[in-house]
Design a protein around this ligand. Structure first.
Ligand SMILES: [Fe+2]
Ligand SMILES: [Fe+2]
Length: 209
């Protein structure tokens, strides 16, 4: 896996993830445990969207060499995640359901700058991805620690490690193309907004977010 984190890097990433201003509702892990088919379906589409969004970023910014180079293997990795979730559903005799409305992601997209400076829109696209990766990592961490089933705990641990690497990558890309101070300032606005979103959406056991 291209962005598989060593434990050493992971502990730093985990610290960074604590930058998320609002931890998940503690009831969430219990809820998640009881609707496996639903949450695996939702998870599968999260992976699909991650792959699709990386492809879109490559299509939109073909001249950004580092971005193209770094995101190409992530597409493969995210699609591998999709397949791993699909295999898990199949193994359990469960079905991949239809894609649901993703309230969390839709609310984040509302915060992206729509007009104006193309560089700021580019930054927002990268930070949206960083945030979704960070929150996904935090959710997978909770599942990997809180579920009763040891197999499922290690299943989610693998995703947690991988998404932590992605979170770092999107921040690194932002800092490669833009001054660090600008990235930090906008990141802090995103964190504040995301905390409001988390606070206002229902904690559901059939959704990753
Ligand atoms: Fe993933
Ligand atoms: Fe990811």
């Amino acid at each position: 896996m291209h962005y598989f984190c060593s434990m050493e890097i992971l502990s730093d990433d985990t610290k960074n993830i604590l930058g998320l201003r609002l931890p998940s509702d503690p009831r969430w892990v219990n809820l998640a445990g009881i609707q496996l088919e639903e949450i695996l379906t939702d998870h599968a589409y999260c992976e699909q969207k991650a792959a699709t969004t990386c492809i879109s970023l490559i299509q939109r910014y073909p001249d950004r060499e580092l971005l193209v180079e770094e995101l190409s293997p992530i597409v493969t990795e995210e699609w591998g995640h999709f397949r791993a979730v699909l295999a898990e559903l199949k193994k359990r005799g469960l079905q991949l359901g239809k894609q649901r409305k993703d309230e969390y992601v839709n609310r984040l997209l509302e915060f992206q700058l729509k007009g104006g400076n193309p560089e700021e829109r580019f930054l927002d696209r990268l930070l949206t991805m960083a945030l979704i990766e960070a929150r996904s990592c935090e959710r997978f961490k909770r599942l990997s620690e809180g579920l009763d089933d040891a197999y499922m705990r290690s299943f989610y641990r693998r995703f947690m490690e991988s998404e932590a690497g992605h979170y770092t990558l999107f921040i690194t890309l932002a800092e490669h193309y833009m001054p660090k101070a600008r990235v930090r300032k906008r990141w802090s606005e995103w964190l504040a907004y995301e905390a409001l979103v988390m606070d206002s959406i229902e904690a559901r056991g059939d959704r990753v977010h």
